[in-house]
Ligand binder design. Structure first.
Ligand SMILES: [Zn+2]
Length: 326
């Protein structure tokens, strides 16, 4: 039986998966769920179709070269992108998808399952999508960072700023090679170094590292907020707690709408683990209706960083009615 699976796996056509993220454009050549090669390039600041499309093309060409394959040999290119594809605003947001009876729920024009844009707080803040109080506008990495930076600029984040500054000092040493992605572009190093403070202002040529002027312009990112929360910085803890509860409310809505067997959570923010998941699960236990709550499993994605790539590749098999085992 196992040999049969392996043989079937060998016969699967090659596909290319593209995972278009707010930080990186990742591409992979896949056979089923197996990655044969992988390349990542930085998405870059001020993403627009004119700037992004050539980079996607380059990343696809590089990943094919790396796998020793040509475009003619692949059955298709699947793209996992944030937001509906007419709309190339790229941010580290919250995306979703609903699989019902084995089929992807697409809706009238393919935009169903915008789970990140369900309203959580109808008196809340304006989201990039135009709606108010979306889950994404509260709990995405971008917005976790935004809330932290707003607090810092309002003078409420001294402890968080001190924590972040200490991290920056440590990061100025040579990065741990084991922390670097095993494949990819040199630009990954830049990403790691800038991952503590990320924001357009840090690219300001006038700013000098360590100066008072620069501190006024520094932006902390969600990862730093999470690390600070873990270290017990109260502001960071409150921001993460708020995001976690919003995710919990979102899960309750999903449970009530779809009565799902399983909800799979992925993405960098969910890698915060129990600090995020425990308050979210608590909200589900307190608020969701008993019957659908008791039948749902809420789990974290097992495919790690490759989930977008494997999902994008799987889209091609899905549309060709080829079943793969993951
Ligand atoms: Zn929205």
């Amino acid at each position: 039986m196992q040999n049969e699976d392996i043989n079937m796996q060998d016969q699967l056509p090659l596909v290319v998966g593209v995972d278009l993220g707010g930080t990186q454009i990742r591409t992979a050549v896949l056979r089923g769920p197996t990655l044969l090669s992988r390349v990542s390039l930085l998405t870059g600041a001020n993403p627009s179709p004119d700037r992004i499309l050539p980079r996607i093309y380059t990343a696809i060409q590089e990943v094919l070269d790396k796998a020793g394959a040509t475009l003619e040999q692949v059955a298709g290119i699947g793209i996992a992108a944030p937001g509906p594809l007419v709309y190339l605003t790229i941010s580290t947001g919250i995306g979703g998808g609903v699989i019902m009876d084995g089929k992807i729920l697409e809706g009238a024009n393919g935009s169903a399952g915008e789970l990140g844009h369900m309203t959580i707080d109808w008196h809340g803040e304006r989201c990039n999508c135009g709606n108010i109080g979306c889950l994404e506008s509260i709990a995405s990495g971008t917005n976790i960072a935004r809330k932290a930076n707003e607090a810092i600029h309002a003078g409420e984040g001294i402890e968080l700023l001190t924590f972040a500054r200490t991290m920056l000092e440590h990061s100025s040493t040579v990065p741990d090679p084991s922390a670097l992605p095993t494949q990819g572009h040199d630009a990954n190093t830049v990403e790691l170094r800038s991952s503590i403070f990320a924001g357009r202002d840090e690219l300001n040529e006038d700013s000098q590292r360590g100066s008072v002027q620069e501190e006024e312009h520094l932006h902390v990112n969600a990862r730093t907020v999470a690390l600070a929360a873990e270290a017990g910085v109260p502001l960071a803890r409150a921001i993460i707690q708020n995001a976690a509860e919003a995710i919990g409310v979102g899960l309750v809505n999903i449970i009530h709408c779809f009565n799902p067997e399983i909800i799979i959570l992925g993405g960098g923010v969910t890698q915060m683990g129990p600090m995020l998941m425990e308050p979210a699960q608590r909200v589900v236990q307190e608020r969701a209706m008993k019957f659908p709550r008791e039948s749902v499993r809420i789990v974290q994605a097992q495919l790690g960083h490759n989930v977008g790539l494997i999902g994008a590749g799987a889209l091609i098999y899905y549309h060709k009615n080829i079943k793969i085992k993951i």
